[in-house]
Design a protein around this ligand. Structure first.
Ligand code: PRP
Length: 180
């Protein structure tokens, strides 16, 4: 059994389970876009870089990757201010686009991205999210979802806590910081 880092409470999703699910998501995407000339996967940095790397290597349909970096403030507020730190390199008008996100937490980032990318005139726009926190009232459209997880602080497989633990191969719950 793997020894967990001291600030990790427990493993939520094992590395094997993640890999299995990524394969299934890739198979779903392949089936849905069999007729498309090409698909553009848009990974949201930094968190999605590992998920994106695994997903894209399992896709055998024609596809290209691009990335955006987003910063969001006021995660606790519903309005959650969001801004683009790094934009796409190329226009997406007329293309089939899939947003690839590691996590849906408050939903502010994805809501912003859907609105922003839709305004650029893609032929289609879908979403692929690895984990979604179970929060009441959150109902953004997710076309390809990996897992629902409890509303706890999670790290691993791209997700960080103060830039730590992004490279863990599994997704884990972080211990709550002690009160002192
Ligand atoms: C995380 C994650 C999503 C966003 C989701 O990014 O990668 O993009 O939060 O949260 P939301 O649903 O509440 O908007 P973060 O801002 O932590 O940056 P990072 O990906 O660079 O770590």
């Amino acid at each position: 059994m793997t020894t967990l880092p001291p600030d990790i409470e427990r493993t939520l999703i094992s590395a094997d389970t993640i890999q299995e699910r990524v394969q299934q998501l890739a198979a779903q995407i392949e089936a849905d876009y069999r007729q498309a000339d090409r698909v553009r996967l848009v990974g949201i940095l930094k968190g999605a870089f590992i998920f994106m790397a695994d997903l894209t290597r399992r896709l055998s349909i024609p596809h290209v990757v691009d990335f955006m970096a987003i910063s969001s403030y006021g995660k606790s507020s519903v309005s959650g201010e969001v801004r683009i730190l790094m934009d796409l390199r190329e226009p997406i008008a007329g293309q089939h686009v899939i947003i690839v996100e590691d996590i849906l937490d408050t939903g502010s980032t994805l809501a912003y991205l859907l609105h922003n990318l839709q305004s650029r005139g893609p032929a289609s726009l879908k979403t692929c999210v690895l984990v979604r926190k179970e929060r009441p009232g959150l109902n953004l459209p997710i076309d390809y979802l990996g897992f629902d997880i409890p509303d706890v602080w999670v790290v691993g497989y791209g997700l960080d806590y103060a830039e730590k633990h992004r490279t863990l191969p599994y997704i884990a719950e972080l211990k709550r910081p002690s009160a002192d």
